[in-house]
Each structure stands twice: as structure tokens, then as C-alpha cells.
Design a protein around this ligand. Sequence first.
Ligand SMILES: [Zn+2]
Length: 104
Amino acid sequence: MTFPLVGQPGHGRTAFVRRQPVRIVDGRVEGGYTGVFELICPGCGDNPYVDYSEIPPWLQWLRGPRTLQAALEAYDQHLGPLPGPNGHRAGSLGRRPVSHPTSA
Ligand SMILES: [Zn+2]
């Protein structure tokens, strides 16, 4: 696994989406998980082992929580455009799941 150099596009490659824990005590999840998702970005200074109530406001904003779909979109936006052959991302060939034409 390679990481982008400092100053190059690609900040946030260490970011990830997870189901939000009910509570984190001493780095451990307590009480299971909620039904919503949060975006964790260590590159922005977030720490996945710190409880939501103990992180700075901007990291709370970043975490959300969101629905899974919204969290994935936030993840996409946070990582920024993927560098393509022409310097911009290729159309809508993203992580978005394909919508099945069979169901109306
Ligand atoms: Zn970030």
C-alpha cells in the first residue's frame, strides 16, 4: 500500500467509514453500534478510538453521523477528485453502486 506524498492530491486515503459505536471507553466500543455511520479521517487528526463527545467540533462535523449513503458520499468528497489520465475523475465511474434496472 502506497501513500500520497505530502502536498499531493490524495489527502484522506487513510479515511474510512464505519458504523458509529454507541460509546467508546478507553479505546473500546461499549454498548454496541448505532444504526448510523461516521467518517473517520486520521489525516485530519481524528482518532477512531476516541469517543465522539471528546473530539473537536470540526471532527464531530466530519464524523457526522450520517446514513451509509451520505457517509460514503462524504468520504468521496473528502478524498477529493481522483487523479485520472486527464487530471480529473472519469465521469461517474465512482464507488456508487449500480442501480438495477429490474426494480422500478
Ligand atoms: Zn481528512
